[in-house]
Every structure is written in structure tokens, then in C-alpha cells.
Design a protein around this ligand. Sequence first.
Ligand SMILES: [Ca+2]
Ligand SMILES: [Ca+2]
Length: 158
Amino acid sequence: MSRFARVVGAVAVSATVILGATTPLAEAITDMSVNLTMQTHPVTPNQAFGTYTAFLPTDSGWGYLYNGGSIRVDCYGDDLFSDDFLFSRTHTISSFQPLTADEKGIYLTGRVGGDLGTIWDEDTDTADHRDEVYCRMTWRDGGGGTIQRKTPVRYGYF
Ligand SMILES: [Ca+2]
Ligand SMILES: [Ca+2]
């Protein structure tokens, strides 16, 4: 911890004591790592699954989630001039595929595909129908602070 951080921390603790707060201050979230993996169906065409993940290191994960933290996921097909929008989902503590937390941080695992058919099949040209997909993920805490990260582009016949 830098000297500056120690000074800021001491001031923050003093403010907490003065205000009479009983809970520790939330550790600020400053980073998010994201990924996207694709899994093609062994038999059926247009049944690819995409699994996107996010991790935000913090020891105050449940606090952030109970106070309205969310991750919006927007997935696209990478193209030369403009990227095709594929779908969007927002995950919270109470969504169908919820955000979870432990003492290390906040986690998201979302899975999309299968019976949704061609959702990842973004290129349908007869000449080259290989697909290039990625997701942009936006963390928003209850106070409006945001972090945005983009997954790697994944290539395949989805
Ligand atoms: Ca493309
Ligand atoms: Ca395709």
C-alpha cells in the first residue's frame, strides 16, 4: 500500500467513525476480467453455445450486489464496417443467470445458444460463412460507476 493510499484510508476510516457507520467501507471495484468461449454442437448445425464470464475482484461483492450492481452484456458479430448486434442481457443478483459473490469477488457465468438456434450465426454468406463473435460487458454499481471490457473475438462456424 502506498503512503498516499494509507493516508486516504486513514481519512476514510476516520469519516466512518465520525458518521457512526457500523459496516466497513466497501472496497472500490476497479477492474473486471471477461471471457467468451464457444462450443459448437457435435451434430446439429446452428446450435452453438456461447458462455461469457466476468470476474470483479472485491471483498465487498455481496454488498455491491444487494445495492443494485449489474452487468449488461451486449454481443456482436465482428464485421468490416459495422458490427452486427446479436443480443443483449442484463444480469443482477436476482436474474435468471445471476451474479454471485464470495470473499474474492463478483462472478458472472452466462450461457446463450442451443434452442435459440442461429443467435451466434452472424455471417451467412455462401462464400465465407465463418462467424466472428465477441461481447462487450458493462459493470454498473448502485452509484452509477461503470467498468467496460470487451471479450476476445471468437472464430468458428456457429
Ligand atoms: Ca463477421
Ligand atoms: Ca455463419
